[in-house]
Design a protein around this ligand. Structure first.
Ligand SMILES: Nc1nc2c(ncn2[C@@H]2O[C@H](COP(=O)(O)OP(=O)(O)OP(=O)(O)O)[C@@H](O)[C@H]2O)c(=O)[nH]1
Ligand SMILES: [Mg+2]
Length: 308
């Protein structure tokens, strides 16, 4: 083999820009959960991709926003932490939102400007990725690309649809060329580095995000308590869903257990796919008024616990 390359690409951007969808499309498998709601991703998630002699470790990060709660602060600081370690930074922009009528598409959104201001201080080469181009007319995209490039010198600009796969080949090739030479960090066929039990908890959390509304999904977390491989090849998995209030517990369970049943059955199917074997999933809902201030829960999420 010719000289190998290997490096980290951090996928950065505002909540809902499509970072996790892009990661899954690049890898060709679901390694990170996705939802229509903002702030779905809570901790960094790695997806590993080989392109000829190059191994790229893509790091999906929590969306960047002005944090209010302790959990928000932990999420945003995890995202900026991975920017510091990256060999290349990809700034994802939701092109649909950034060119929305409300704003007249004449100036950049406040959130985007704030992200660019912090990105400016990072050394690694920066790549601009206008995502969701399936939803935006071309002339608007070109104008947006121009405005963004005027704000920060990007090494290159890409127009992608993480949903349709449009533009991803060019992005992949260009990022591969930007990786430093060096030995690969993972075996050739490895696509993720999180243990299956962590992915399983995330999958259940995704189903909660799909089915719960308002503040509720933001006040829940999921942990895999036990995973037992059975002699017949199936897995017996127990998970705890933490909520902050008894009224939330009632909603998660639903009338006659309808909601929790639907969450469990959707999650079970997907976990079984990832595990490539049948799964028996048992969900328990626990009220922990202060889980958002409990260091143990942050450790389980893969986050550092902020002092305040
Ligand atoms: N039309 C369209 N929708 C997209 C595209 N990429 C992502 N989406 C949708 O945008 C929503 C958010 O996608 P995510 O991948 O969860 O976004 P994210 O940036 O990871 O969001 P956070 O984890 O909250 O920071 C989902 O409903 C996706 O299906 C795209 O290229 N086109
Ligand atoms: Mg995400």
């Amino acid at each position: 083999m010719s000289e190998t390359r290997c490096g980290f690409v951090a996928l950065m951007g505002a909540p809902n820009a499509g970072k996790s969808t892009l990661l899954n499309s690049l890898i060709g498998a679901k390694v990170s959960i996705v939802s229509r709601k903002a702030q779905t991703t809570r901790a960094t998630v790695r997806g590993i991709l080989v392109d000829d002699a190059t191994q790229m470790i893509f790091v999906d990060t929590p969306g960047l926003f002005a944090p209010k709660r302790r959990l928000d602060r932990a999420m945003v600081s995890a995202a900026w932490g991975s920017a510091g370690d990256a060999d290349a930074l990809a700034l994802l922009i939701d092109a649909k939102q950034e060119t929305s009528d409300k704003r007249g598409a004449a100036e950049l959104g406040e959130a985007t400007q704030a992200i660019m201001a912090t990105l400016r201080d990072h050394r690694a080469p920066k790549f601009l990725v206008l995502n969701k181009v399936d939803l935006v007319d071309r002339p608007l995209l070109l104008a947006l690309a121009e405005r963004l490039n005027a704000g920060l010198p990007f090494a290159d600009t890409f127009m992608t649809s993480a949903l349709t796969g449009d533009g991803l080949d060019r992005l992949k090739a260009r990022l591969a060329a930007a990786m430093p030479t060096g030995p690969w960090l993972y075996p050739e066929d490895q696509i993720a580095d999180a243990p299956l039990r962590a992915l399983a908890a995330e999958i259940t959390r995704e189903k909660l995000f799909e089915r719960l509304h308002d503040e509720l999904p933001y006040q829940t977390t999921v942990e895999t308590e036990s995973w037992k491989d059975q002699p017949d090849g199936s897995a017996r998995i127990e998970q705890t869903i933490y909520v902050t209030r008894d009224s939330h517990k009632k909603i998660v369970i639903g009338e006659g257990g309808r909601t929790i049943k639907s969450i469990g059955s959707a999650a079970r199917k997907e976990i079984a796919e990832a595990h490539e074997a049948p799964v028996h999933l048992f969900l328990f809902v626990k009220v922990r008024a202060n889980w958002l201030d409990d260091p143990e829960r942050y450790r389980a999420m893969g986050l550092e616990f902020p002092k305040k």
